[in-house]
Design a protein around this ligand. Structure first.
Ligand code: ZN
Length: 105
C-alpha cells in the first residue's frame, strides 16, 4: 500500500483532460466515433476551462477528483493506493485526525 498527496486544481484537470481522454479511449476511436469527436473538441478548446470540458464530456468526472468520504472536490487529496485507489480530502483527514487525538487523551 502506498500513501501520498496529490495537488490538482480543477483547472489542472481540465488542462490535462484531452491527453487523459486520448490515453483512455484512443483504442476505441474506430468503434466509438463519439469518443474521437469528444477528443477533437477537447483538443481544440481555447481557452480551456473546467466548465467547457464538462460541457463536452457531459459530466464533471474529468475535472474533479471526489473525496471518498464527503464526495467533494478538493485541490489537496491524500491518496491511499492498494488494489484500489482512494482519495481522501484534507478536511476529512483533519476530521480523522481529531478522532485519533480524542482517543489518545
Ligand atoms: Zn472529504
Amino acid at each position: 500500500m502506498k500513501i501520498y498527496t496529490q495537488h490538482k486544481t480543477r483547472q489542472d484537470l481540465a488542462e490535462s483532460a484531452a491527453e487523459r481522454w486520448f490515453k483512455q479511449y484512443a483504442e476505441d476511436f474506430d468503434e466509438w466515433p463519439d469518443k474521437k469527436e469528444k477528443y477533437e473538441k477537447l483538443k481544440a478548446l481555447n481557452p480551456i476551462t473546467p466548465e467547457r470540458v464538462n460541457e463536452i464530456i457531459d459530466n464533471d468526472s474529468w475535472t474533479t477528483y471526489k473525496c471518498e468520504k464527503c464526495r467533494k472536490h478538493s485541490d489537496l487529496m491524500i491518496i491511499i493506493e492498494s488494489d484500489y485507489l482512494y482519495r481522501i480530502c484534507a478536511s476529512c483527514i483533519e476530521k480523522i485526525n481529531r478522532l485519533i487525538k480524542r482517543k489518545q487523551k
